[in-house]
Design a protein. Structure first.
Lengths: 114, 111
């Protein structure tokens, strides 16, 4: 089954404790992206990747890191989480042929930073 | 001004009627436009994509694009209670490979 998986689905942590949210897709997609979704603000892009070893900042990259060592995986790293990073996080992937194609989303990770 | 604007709603529509959802965008050179549906607590899923001026129909859904007015809309005919969700408008940015998202319109279909 074609899908994007994220883990964990729910996470409660404390300020400053490093964490990683994993994202994996099995569709051989070139493009992967991380978003956060907050009430009234919609989806905001954190980082995206056009292919292996190619990543770029989105609109809200501060406090986050990513890596793309393999095509299927795109982990999101919070080195020192803060309460303002409490949010719903989505990973998404799509094929890319020079035009925009449908983005497939993971189920989401609800993060609470105390 | 937000780059992609949508009325947050909620928009309440009787079952069987036409639901009309609107989205305006600020980047005149945007070329790709998407409507996603998001049920509460779930991830977004693509409903329609449109790339040229005019109408594009897919079943009960019609997307309308007017680039001169920087306006894209989604019509849902014969609305069903299962259409109750938040509808997100997404538009590409000219300068890079990003999609910019509206905050979404919450649609409620009343039986």
């Amino acid at each position: 089954e074609a899908q994007v998986t994220q883990n964990p689905r729910y996470l409660i942590t404390v300020t400053g404790k490093k964490l990683t949210v994993t994202c994996s897709q099995n569709m051989n997609h070139e493009y992967m992206s991380w978003y956060r979704q907050d009430p009234g603000l919609g989806l905001r892009q954190i980082y995206y990747s056009m292919n292996v070893e190619v990543t770029d900042k989105g609109d809200v990259p501060e406090g986050y890191k990513v890596s793309r060592k393999e095509k299927r995986n795109f982990p999101l790293i919070l080195e020192s989480p803060s309460p303002n990073q409490t949010s719903l996080y989505f990973c998404a992937s799509s094929s890319f042929d020079g035009t925009y194609n449908e983005q497939f989303f993971g189920p989401g990770t609800r993060l609470t930073v105390l | 001004q937000k780059e992609v604007e949508q009325n947050s709603g909620p928009l309440s529509v009787p079952e069987g009627a036409i639901a009309s959802l609107n989205c305006t965008y600020s980047d005149r050179v945007s070329q790709s436009f998407f409507w996603y549906r998001q049920y509460s607590g779930k991830s977004p899923e693509l409903i329609m994509s449109i790339y040229s001026n005019g109408d594009k129909e897919d079943g009960r859904f019609t997307a309308q694009l007017n680039k001169a007015s920087q306006y894209v809309s989604l019509l849902i005919r014969d609305s069903q209670p299962s259409d109750s969700a938040t509808y997100l408008c997404a538009v590409n940015k000219d300068s890079n490979y990003q999609l910019i998202w509206g905050a979404g319109t919450k649609l409620i279909i009343k039986p």
